[in-house]
Design a protein around this ligand. Structure first.
Ligand code: 1GP
Length: 233
């Protein structure tokens, strides 16, 4: 079976800790043409605010995934296609590589493995909450990032590699290096995408671009532009 993300170009990532612009609904955002909605964030996550966003998106016709930042906020909801679980390859603390995952399974026992998928993150914006939290080593060259991408796929069997610049626009050369390192795995890129051109540039390298803040800061038309760019690239 082909993985669903093999056909995606664009993901909208909605942060339950952030508001939507005035007059914008979750329904409007789900109808932008994005291929999937991922509900998740780093700070301020609770089961309650996760559930509220999942329920608001559930009635709209778009594949819905939760990206839990820790085991305490995992939501059991039939509207979810599944869970996209981050592991941070360049984390300074092993908790964010395998430790949180071990705790989740220790507490829960068996998970729904056929709905549980991994994302191998390479975190590159040192100012981002995710970098601080995971103590990520963001001082990486294009070769380093390419090597991380290669080991993620070839040694660790990761189907998704995620170059993450959350909050800032990344270096396209770094994204290109990750793209060149991968054979079959899908490359996600996220960070600072804010219009057609910024989306198009990254989408020429990444298989899937992830748009987050724009939905909360600018709204529907801006997001729709990035969807168009992702599909054109
Ligand atoms: C965050 O990669 C996503 O996890 C998107 O980043 O919020 O900067 O668009 P932005």
């Amino acid at each position: 079976m082909t993985a669903p993300w093999a056909d995606w170009n664009h993901i909208l990532k909605l942060d339950p800790d952030k508001d939507l612009p005035k007059g914008v609904t979750y329904g409007d955002l789900c109808a932008t043409g994005t291929d999937a909605v991922e509900v998740g964030g780093t700070m301020g996550m609770t089961e309650e605010n996760m559930t509220a966003v999942i329920e608001a998106c559930a009635e709209h016709d778009v594949p819905l995934y939760q990206e839990p930042s820790n085991p305490g906020v995992v939501v059991d909801n039939d509207a979810l296609e599944g869970y996209l679980i981050p592991t941070v390859f360049n984390a300074g603390s092993p908790f964010w590589i395998t430790g949180a995952h071990k705790e989740w399974v220790r507490i829960e026992g068996d998970l729904e493995w056929d709905r549980t998928f991994m994302e191998a993150y390479i975190v590159l914006n040192p100012e981002a909450d995710v970098a601080t939290l995971t103590e990520a080593d963001c001082d990486l060259s294009a070769e380093d990032v390419g090597a991380y991408a290669r080991i993620a796929e070839q040694m660790f069997g990761q189907e998704i590699v995620y170059v993450e610049y959350s909050g800032t626009y990344g270096d396209p050369k770094i994204v290109e290096s990750a793209a060149e390192a991968l054979e079959d795995s899908t490359l996600f890129y996220g960070g600072g995408i804010h219009d057609y051109d910024s989306a198009h540039r990254m989408a020429t390298h990444a298989d899937v671009i992830v748009v987050g803040n724009l939905a909360h800061d600018a709204g529907v038309d801006a997001v729709r532009e990035t969807v168009e760019a992702a599909n054109d690239a």
